[in-house]
Ligand binder design. Structure first.
Ligand code: ZN
Ligand code: ZN
Length: 337
């Protein structure tokens, strides 16, 4: 089968791989779509792990291993890519994202879905039911924002979302879903800013033209927003999230940065601000994300801006998403093409 194998920084090679056979407890999925995630871009640039990557996928069950019950060939599915050990403190609470022996599909722990076929443990599957394959591939990124919003947004809150890529746009939609009264968004790309407005942002600001801290103070009686959802992952925006949020508010760090960011601990103490990280989703958060898409309570229609075949994954996928003007939001790869 065709697959995209990450071998080092900027070395993503489309090559032949052996067709996987299901081990006991596993199924093989014929992949329909696999989304390119911000964390995939990060891995592509750094070569932080190797193997077949891709973890936001949907497809059809093609074959079934021993002792798998409740699934049949042809079932349309997506899957939670976090493979928990099932026995540790966190797994018992459903927080497989925090598992002490966590392996993640497509992030070095197990083969990913930028491939024609992928083996998946049956207990990680989720039926698409009425969801489209596109929707199925978006459950995974939405799960992270369900978790971020659940931990931070209270009814009536004012929220600032920094960045309007897939993660920021889902942050905006989840903040509204969880009761935010006002959601402001920062974004430099015109296309993304327009989509943010379409999805219900009260106002969108270009941080290159507007002083965001000042603007937020103006809009919140000099207080600052109750919650900041940082969805960019740059040191300056992470620092910004922490300083823009109101006293006693919460800055949620969703964007990925592997660079150390200095923190003003005295400021945090005096302002009683909470700075919290979010890593993926629990089993419950993933299910809630699936239900939000299934019930059409989250609009995914403006998010998919490109669909490409596996052989174009580097040129029309990863390299395209790394361009500074970013005229894309989510690109889905169809490995059968
Ligand atoms: Zn992802
Ligand atoms: Zn575990």
């Amino acid at each position: 089968m065709k697959s995209a194998y990450l071998k080092g920084p900027k070395k993503l090679i489309v090559q032949d791989a052996a067709d996987p056979a299901p081990k006991p407890g596993q199924v093989i999925i014929k992949v329909k779509y696999c989304g390119i995630c911000g964390s995939d871009l990060h891995a592509y640039e750094t070569g932080i792990y190797s193997g077949i990557i891709g973890h936001e996928f949907s497809g059809d069950i093609e074959s079934i291993g021993e002792s798998v019950k409740g699934w049949k060939v042809g079932d349309r599915v997506t899957a939670n890519p976090n493979i928990g050990c099932g026995t540790c403190y966190y797994c018992k609470r459903g927080e497989t994202n925090l598992c002490m022996k966590l392996l993640t599909i497509g992030e070095g722990g197990a083969p990913g879905a930028f491939a024609e076929h992928i083996p998946v443990r049956a207990d990680l599957l989720r039926k698409l039911n009425t969801m489209s394959y596109e929707g199925g591939a978006l459950v995974e990124p939405l799960g992270t924002l369900v978790r971020a919003a659940k931990y931070s947004v209270r009814p009536g809150d004012s929220v600032l979302v920094m960045g309007a890529g897939t993660i920021g746009l889902f942050a905006l939609e989840c903040a509204k879903k969880y009761g935010a009264k006002r959601v402001y968004v920062t974004e430099v790309s015109k296309l993304r800013a327009e989509v943010a407005k379409k999805l219900g942002a009260d106002q969108v600001f270009n941080p290159k033209e507007v002083n965001i801290s000042q603007k937020m103070n103006e809009l919140t009686n000099g207080l600052g927003p109750d919650v900041v959802l940082e969805c960019i992952g740059k040191p300056e925006t992470i620092r910004g999230a922490e300083t823009i949020v109101r006293k006693g508010g919460t800055a949620m760090i969703v964007g990925v940065s592997t660079v150390d960011v200095p923190t003003n601990y005295l400021g945090m103490l005096i302002h009683e601000t909470a700075v919290k990280g979010i890593y993926a989703y629990s089993v419950q958060d993933f299910e809630e994300a699936a239900q939000l898409i299934e019930r059409k309570q989250i609009d995914i229609s403006p998010l998919v801006t490109g669909k490409i075949g596996l052989s174009d994954i580097v040129e029309k996928g990863f390299e395209e998403l790394l361009k500074p003007e970013k005229n894309h939001i989510k690109i889905l790869v169809d490995p059968q093409r």
